[in-house]
Design a protein around this ligand. Structure first.
Ligand code: DX5
Ligand code: ZN
Length: 217
């Protein structure tokens, strides 16, 4: 199974985002955390910054929307030309219709669930999504500890994806480092967001290689 390493710029120097993205150019994707201080108790960046990143990033942008009113906003973010747009199940009224809109616009459609949200109801809807994001921390902040008790959801999702024969990516986000990535890989993840463990490393490229190697074991 191919594995993808997806550094989260939440842990980057926001005054030098272009240079920070270049530091992690050996990764597969760039994870961009959009927060609105409403769906989560933190505020990060919005459309103007995403549009600018879109122009300079050598890697595809993987947008993680932690914002309310996802049905309205996810398509607007897709219009920036994003490779992938993930919105939260808890913030959407009609997740399937929103995912359809994202695909029509040309973005991959991702659905995220918080640690306390069951994934089971969405496993019947796999054909409508290109990626499921099982949060491994409460969304809102970088640098938190990996919640191993979310792993059964990942295992269930991996079984459902395998049964379906569909190529739905399974992403984990929060507390992913050289200490935890093997646990998430063993449970079925193939796409690994890593913020502090990559941007906090002196040699980000070496850290990306290490994570990729551990995830692919
Ligand atoms: C948290 C964000 C994450 C965050 C992960 O709500 O969705 O993407 O940047 O940071 P680390 O890898 O430091 O836990
Ligand atoms: Zn994220």
């Amino acid at each position: 199974m191919p594995v993808r390493i997806d550094p989260s710029i939440l842990a980057a120097d926001f005054a030098n985002l272009q240079a920070e993205i270049d530091r992690v150019a050996t990764a597969d994707l760039i994870h961009v955390d959009v927060m609105d201080n409403h769906f989560v108790p933190n505020l990060t960046l919005g459309l103007p910054v995403v549009e600018s990143l879109q122009k300079v990033s050598p890697l595809p942008l993987d947008l993680h929307l932690m914002i309310s009113d996802a049905d309205r906003w996810a398509p607007v973010y897709a219009e920036t030309g994003a490779f992938s747009v993930t919105f939260h199940a808890e913030a959407a009224v009609d997740a399937v219709a929103t995912a359809k809109r994202l695909r029509e616009i040309g973005a991959r459609a991702g659905l995220a669930v918080k640690p306390g949200t069951d994934i089971a109801p969405y496993l019947d809807l796999l054909a409508d999504f290109d990626m499921l994001l099982i949060m491994t921390v409460e969304p809102g902040f970088g640098g938190q500890s990996f919640m191993a008790d979310t792993m059964p959801k990942l295992t269930a999702a991996r079984e459902a994806v395998q049964r379906s024969g569909l190529d739905v990516w399974l992403q984990v986000d929060g507390g992913i480092s050289e200490k935890t990535i093997e646990i998430a890989a063993a449970a079925g993840a193939d796409t690994f967001v890593a913020g502090s463990s990559v941007f906090g490393a002196e040699n980000a490229a070496a850290q990306i290689s290490l994570l990729r190697e551990l995830a692919g074991k």
